[in-house]
Design a protein around this ligand. Structure first.
Ligand SMILES: C[S@@+](CC[C@H](N)C(=O)[O-])C[C@H]1O[C@@H](n2cnc3c(N)ncnc32)[C@H](O)[C@@H]1O
Length: 215
């Protein structure tokens, strides 16, 4: 956990009711943790958390997990929750590479990838969170009717991701090259990065990937 130069940060995070210190202990047991069998939605790379905390407030019948590799960023996320925490939110400081240590196959209903780091150099393509090696892991962790929602400002990453989703056997729907000028905008919850790009007049690319293509 990287919490250098943030005084009292470790305590703040670990004392927060939504923070899970050892998410690997809840692998396959998230419904026990939430004390219900509501669907589990996971945002990978949740950043400062505007998106997932808004959703958790809006949908009490869905359990949300904010997954982020930098603990310092999670400090900003927990500030968006009440002191007593949200009953349907868990916050985990976890690297996407380790996601299979935190969830059982078929445990997740939906994964959100919002403005994932683009890693533009070809030699870094394996680090992109939509690289097929990640998609194959997500696919195992998703339920049969599970989906992945992906948004980005980066057209190169978007085009790359489409090819990777197809290679991994996902069915793609609701593909848009300008989300904010499309009919798909209704119900869209913006993220911190998305707000920044919209204010610059940049298009947002988006799609929904279905684990099972029905073939
Ligand atoms: C560009 S920011 C986007 C943040 C937020 N989703 C948004 O749209 O405002 C990417 C976030 O993903 C996190 N991240 C990047 N790679 C990750 C990984 N491999 N595992 C977990 N989190 C990661 C970064 O630390 C950062 O907070």
């Amino acid at each position: 956990m990287r919490l250098r130069n943030v005084p009292g940060a470790r305590e703040k995070l670990q004392n927060h009711p939504n923070f899970i210190t050892k998410p690997e202990n809840l692998k396959g047991k998230w419904s026990e943790y939430f004390k219900n069998s509501d669907p589990l939605h996971v945002e990978i790379g949740s950043g400062k958390g505007k998106f997932i905390t808004t959703l958790a407030n809006q949908n009490s019948d869905i359990n949300y997990i904010a997954m982020e590799k930098f603990a310092t960023v999670l400090l900003k996320l927990i500030k968006k929750t009440p002191e007593e925490g949200l009953p349907n939110l868990a916050v985990i400081n976890c690297e996407a590479e380790l996601i299979a240590q935190c969830f059982d196959p078929g445990e997740i209903s939906k994964i959100y990838l919002n403005f994932s780091d683009p890693w533009p150099r070809k030699r870094h393509a394996k680090r992109r969170l939509t690289n097929i090696r990640f998609l194959q892991v997500y696919s195992k962790l998703l339920k049969d009717d599970g989906t992945i929602s992906f948004k980005t400002d980066n057209q190169d990453l978007f085009d790359f991701s489409i090819s990777q989703f197809e290679l991994a056997g996902f069915l793609l729907q609701d593909i848009t090259y300008d989300l904010h000028k499309s009919s798909l905008l209704e119900g869209n919850i913006t993220t911190e990065y998305e707000e920044r790009f919209i204010s610059q007049g940049l298009p947002i690319y988006g799609l929904t990937a279905y684990k099972n293509s029905g073939k």
